[in-house]
Design a protein. Structure first.
Length: 179
């Protein structure tokens, strides 16, 4: 249903109704920021990347062959925009590093810091999933649309990501009383 509505909005946009693209932008903006944040580690830069991605998407929308894959296509554009900003700002986009999700909160507990460190150690796919699901509260349907994954694949990858986070926490002295 959502893909069908997206396709209608895309066709309307291509026929000159720019507000239809605004509807698409509002629908996917938070997921785009989450994807960019998982690469840039900075909320403001992530928002810049999302805006840049929307601009690129609007300009290149006519070239999108499979309209039903719009969300996935937009996700790829967002990753590319974030990577471009990282290069321009000379930010290292290292798959083994991601900054803390809440840099604004200086008084984070030791557990929160270790969870964030564990998330930094995840590969980029897992980091994106964790960011979208737990920090941006995206549904499996929204995540699947943006990343091109089935709900079963999302569930499996999130399970593996949580297992890796738990293993990291155990190695660093947390969760001692857990089975």
């Amino acid at each position: 249903m959502r893909k069908k509505f997206d396709e209608q909005l895309i066709h309307a946009t291509l026929n000159g109704d720019i507000e239809s693209f605004g509807t698409l932008a509002r629908r996917y903006y938070s997921a785009m920021v989450a994807i960019a944040y998982s690469r840039l580690n900075d909320r403001h830069l992530a928002e810049d990347a999302a805006q840049e991605a929307l601009s690129r998407a609007l300009v290149n929308l006519v070239m999108l062959r499979r309209k039903e894959r719009f969300a996935f296509w937009l996700g790829r554009i967002t990753r590319n925009a974030a990577d471009d900003i990282a290069r321009r700002k000379n930010i290292a986009v290292d798959p083994n590093e991601i900054a803390a999700f809440s840099q604004e909160n200086k008084d984070q507990s030791e557990i929160q810091e270790n969870v964030q460190q564990a998330i930094r150690q995840l590969n980029p796919v897992y980091r994106e999933l964790v960011t979208l699901r737990y920090f941006d509260s995206c549904s499996y349907e929204e995540i699947g649309a943006v990343l091109g994954l089935t709900p079963a694949a999302i569930n499996g990858k999130l399970t593996r990501a949580k297992r890796k986070i738990a293993e990291y926490m155990k190695r660093h002295g947390f969760m001692e009383n857990q089975p």
